[in-house]
Structure formats: structure tokens, C-alpha cells
Ligand binder design. Structure first.
Ligand code: 1QQ
Length: 389
């Protein structure tokens, strides 16, 4: 017996060791965004932002001296693509996932990570209910309830005579249907009248029917919840068919990749934003400097939010090490994922968007929002989001 016990203990230790999954070095962090399909208009900016985060934060020592490595997976534009990307990253043993690009994809893919107990940080999911998908789901992208109404208030401050609003939205996208609900409520609260509600699909390219209805209703403001390609084409057709009043776009209009779609006719579109490249904090200044160095342009909102998403994961990992007194790479993967998730809640971070707080649900709380107006360059393809408020 006295000889058998140590042998049993050894066998048990070997078995446990075989089950235990260590964390690789460099520490793998997943980024699952769209780099193909129409949704890549956003995803491309997200990859750009994540790459700057990887370079800047690793240059500062990564996670307390251990470098991290981003594993990228393309989600393409639909739910199935997001699910596949998430599954690949979970199998690749990432500690957490930044993604996906769309709310529509998050509602499908996030529950899979949540069940596997892999923390998810949404970099651009702005509909209601994202952080409530599960205990392992949070976001750094402020919900449209906080952001969208700012643009309507701004338009009214410039032109208080506006009364009749046409609302247009893509009915096949969860973010667009959530955002239009928020816009419609804000329109009511501001004492404006909704004269028509027009629906379309994010895959549509011809908006003649909807534009004709908007013109017929005599709207003096148009408010659109769409994505970049459909949104750009819709604006183009509104202007071509003679609509001259203000156009307010939602978060889907926040990509500079929309500008070649409506071209010179993008001029003047108003969009509320969760980011200003001019924000005067040290984190943002370094981000803007490195982004400009790499891409020769100012960073857009989706790049800044992707940077912030990677940053909060890295800072939370550093906190895990501090609290446990162990290196991440000496811990078990499941334990790291659980502790990382805990540290992504009830925590504040200084990001390019200023200070943000993630609450006990992983929901983000941000202090400052902006309204920008699109100013096109003479080339008719590029332009800038000029902060007006
Ligand atoms: C969402 C959005 C999109 C515009 C992100 C690109 O806000 O799907 O929630």
C-alpha cells in the first residue's frame, strides 16, 4: 500500500496535466471581424485599429512583459461566417475574442463563446441587448441609445423650423431595426412628426420606390439606419432624385469606406459618433500618431473602437496576473478565460474614446459623444468626418 499510493498520485497528476490546457506564449487573442463581403467596409478599419493596438501595446511590454499575438478570423458579413470564425478561434485556444462586426452576427455567434466560457468584447455592436447575451459578453462600443439622438438634437439646434421627418431603415439587420426604434422614439420626444417610414434591405441597390415616397411625404429631414454600401447608395439616390434637406445617418454611416459609394453627394451628411480623433488624451494621441504613420490618414471610429477592444483585454490580463501573482502563460486556459472575464467587468479603462467603464454586465459607459458632418474632398471619393458638436 505504501508503495502504491505515490504511484497513484503520480498517475493522477499525469492525467490532470494531460487535461490541463496551458496558455500559449505569445498570448493568443482572437479578432473576428469581416474582411470580406460588404461588411468589410467596416471590418477593414477594425483590422487596422487592432494592428495598431498590437504594435503599440506589445512595444509597451504586452502583458507585464509577455507579448500577445492577435489571431485574425474573417467573419464575412453573415451569421454563419461569424459562428465559424468564433469556433476556429476557440479551438485555437485564444484567451478572449474581439468581435464580431455586426450586431446581427453577435446575436448568433456570441452565445457560442458564452457557452464555451470564452470572453467576448464587441468592438462595434451597438444595438440594445448585446451585453445581456450572456455573462461572458461585453462591449466597448457605446449603445445607440446613448449616441444616436445627439445628431437629431444638433440638426434642430441649427434649423429649429424642421418638423417633418422621413425615417428609413434596413429591415433585415438587427442593428438597423434597433437603431431606427431609438431614432423614432427620439423624433417623438423632440416634438417632431414622422411623415413616412420606409424599409429596405442591406443588399438593395435601387431605392427609387422609397425615395419617391419620401419626396411625396414632403419630409424636411431624412433619418437613415442602414449599413455602408446600401446607405451610400440610398443617399446618392435621394440627392439625385431631388431631396435637398438634411440627412442624418446612424452608426452604419461612420465608415470612410462609405464615401466612395455616394461620392460628392455624401457632402453634408450628419452622423453621431462615439469617437473624435481630436480627443485630447495621451492614449488617443499615441493611437492617432501611430495610425497616421501606418495608414497616412486619420483614424475613423471603428478603428478606434477596435483598438480599445484589444486594449481592454490586454489591461484586464495584466490585472489577472497582478491579482493572482502568476504569469498568464503559467496558468490554465480555462482559468485565464474566467479571470479575464471577471476583470472585463466593473472596470475602467482610458482608451482613445476617453475613459470608459464596463459595468457588472460588461455594458460600456462612455462620457463624451460627438456629432460629425461629412466634408468631401475635391476628388469626390475621399473626405472627412468633421466634428461639429
Ligand atoms: C452594429 C453596428 C454596425 C454599424 C457596425 C458596423 O453598429 O451592427 O451594431
Amino acid at each position: 500500500m505504501t508503495r502504491v499510493l505515490p504511484l497513484l498520485a503520480l498517475l493522477l497528476a499525469l492525467a490532470v496535466n494531460a487535461l490541463a490546457e496551458p496558455v500559449a506564449s505569445p498570448i493568443p487573442i482572437g479578432v473576428a471581424v469581416a474582411t470580406t463581403s460588404n461588411v468589410a467596409l467596416f471590418g477593414e478599419e477594425q483590422v487596422n485599429g487592432a494592428k495598431i493596438a498590437e504594435a503599440v501595446l506589445n512595444a509597451k511590454g504586452g502583458v507585464n512583459g509577455t507579448p500577445f499575438k492577435i489571431l485574425y478570423q474573417d467573419t464575412a458579413g453573415d451569421e454563419a461566417g461569424a459562428i465559424n470564425a468564433f469556433q476556429s478561434l476557440i479551438t485555437a485556444k485564444v484567451v478572449g475574442i474581439v468581435g464580431p462586426t455586426l450586431t446581427q452576427q453577435a446575436f448568433a455567434a456570441d452565445p457560442i463563446a458564452d457557452r464555451a466560457k470564452v470572453p467576448v468584447i464587441g468592438p462595434s455592436n451597438t444595438a440594445k441587448g448585446i451585453a445581456q447575451i450572456g455573462p461572458y459578453v461585453g462591449r466597448v462600443s457605446a449603445p445607440m441609445t446613448d449616441v444616436a439622438p445627439n445628431s437629431l438634437k444638433y440638426v434642430l439646434s441649427v434649423d429649429p423650423k424642421i418638423k417633418k421627418v422621413a425615417v428609413m431603415f434596413a429591415q433585415n439587420d438587427a442593428f438597423c431595426t434597433s437603431e431606427t426604434g431609438i431614432f423614432q422614439e427620439a423624433i417623438k420626444n423632440l416634438g417632431l412628426e414622422t411623415v413616412t417610414i420606409q424599409k429596405f434591405q442591406t443588399t438593395d441597390t435601387d431605392f427609387t420606390t422609397q425615395v419617391t415616397a419620401v419626396l411625396g411625404a414632403g419630409a424636411d429631414m431624412v433619418v437613415i439606419s442602414g449599413l455602408a454600401a446600401d446607405g451610400g447608395n440610398l443617399v446618392k439616390q435621394l440627392r439625385q432624385l431631388g431631396y435637398q434637406g438634411p440627412i442624418v445617418g446612424g452608426n452604419g454611416f461612420n465608415s470612410t469606406n462609405m464615401l466612395p459609394v455616394c461620392g460628392p453627394l455624401c457632402e453634408g451628411i450628419l452622423v453621431a459618433q462615439a469617437y473624435s480623433a481630436q480627443a485630447d488624451n495621451a492614449v488617443n494621441k499615441l493611437f492617432v500618431e501611430k495610425y497616421q504613420e501606418a495608414y497616412k490618414k486619420m483614424p475613423p471610429q471603428f478603428a478606434a473602437q477596435a483598438y480599445a477592444a484589444v486594449q481592454v483585454v490586454v489591461e484586464a490580463l495584466a490585472k489577472v496576473e497582478k491579482d493572482s501573482g502568476k504569469k498568464i502563460t503559467a496558468m490554465e486556459l480555462a482559468e485565464v478565460r474566467e479571470l479575464l472575464n471577471k476583470n472585463l467587468q466593473n472596470a475602467t479603462f482610458l482608451t482613445p474614446m476617453g475613459e470608459i467603464a464596463l459595468d457588472a454586465d460588461g455594458e460600456v459607459h462612455q462620457k463624451t459623444f460627438f456629432v460629425s458632418q461629412i466634408k468631401m474632398n475635391p476628388d469626390g471619393k475621399t473626405g472627412a468626418y468633421v466634428i461639429v458638436n
